[in-house]
Design a protein. Structure first.
Length: 288
């Protein structure tokens, strides 16, 4: 099929983009950057936007830099930008690991980090990163700018706190401590397929014991989230396989998995246990 008719509005500045969005959002106007989710939906006529506001010509939205202890990621930064570490620390290495799991190379060269957050697919790797690390999302509209914590951003399957007249201009990830360790694991039926379960874990090791543990799970529930039941079992413990197994089981018990004709909830729960255990072991092996 082909998309329904629409009008294309290229924007050359952020101010112009938000002005266009304010005008056309009530007429189902949509922002396009990478288009790797929107364009296929339009081709199938699942999405029928009457107006597309193209932000690819806005140079400021291609910004990717470290400032004030965080990594700032503009709305036009592609997945492929992270295939090599974008900063020399733990976060840079982690993002490179995650990026390698995103779809296929052609999609990574076009799709965007912020576009994934705005789309909020439960199987999005970047959504898991944002939820686990505590990202801050910067939404801009003609009404002004507001910052939204990742914990408040995701409202369910492909549903976020972003208003129809707002543009997700930037995502900010806190840098990880220099002595932090991080691990990521994803399971899909084939390389490049949507994840059925994935996990991201970070912790520091202080005097042989884990501190500041974070355990996040995605692709399992309507939105990614941290699992405090697993984090509590790690805090203050030694990074050992038995401890990882207990935390992984706690994570599996804590989730309420999605279910469909191909994937039973019980299967996804087992995948959570395996994925969390493997991401914790990967973090343990992350010795810089």
């Amino acid at each position: 099929m082909k998309p329904a008719p629409f009008q294309w509005h290229p924007a050359s500045s952020l101010d112009e983009a938000v002005a266009l969005l304010a005008r056309y959002a009530p007429e189902d106007g949509r922002v396009i950057a990478g288009g790797q989710s929107l364009v296929p939906s339009m081709a199938l006529r699942v999405a029928l936007p009457a107006h597309l506001i193209d932000i690819n010509g806005i140079a400021s939205l291609a910004r990717l830099e470290v400032e004030a202890g965080r990594l700032s990621i503009g709305a036009c930064v592609r997945h492929a930008a992270f295939e090599h570490p974008v900063e020399p620390g733990v976060l840079g290495r982690l993002l490179a690991t995650v990026a390698a799991n995103i779809a296929h190379a052609p999609i990574r060269t076009r799709g965007t980090f912020c576009g994934s957050l705005a789309n909020a697919d439960p199987a999005s790797e970047w959504c898991l990163v944002a939820a686990t690390l505590g990202a801050t999302l910067v939404a801009v509209s003609a009404r002004g700018t507001r910052e939204v914590a990742a914990a408040d951003w995701f409202h369910g399957i492909m549903t976020t706190a972003l208003a129809e007249d707002e543009l997700l201009a930037e995502a900010r990830l806190p840098l990880l401590a220099t002595d932090a360790r991080a691990g990521f694991h994803e399971f899909s039926r084939r390389a490049g397929d949507y994840a059925l379960a994935m996990s991201l874990c970070t912790f520091r090791v202080v005097e042989g014991r884990m501190r500041e543990a974070r355990v996040g799970v995605g692709g399992v529930e309507p939105q990614p989230r941290r699992i405090p039941e697993a984090e509590r079992l790690l805090e203050g413990e030694r990074p050992e396989p038995e401890t990882f197994a207990r935390a992984a089981r706690a994570a599996a018990d804590a989730v309420d998995p999605l279910e469909d004709i191909r994937t039973r909830a019980a299967y996804r729960r087992d995948l959570v246990a395996a994925s969390v255990r493997r991401s914790l072991q990967a973090a343990c092996d992350d010795t810089h």
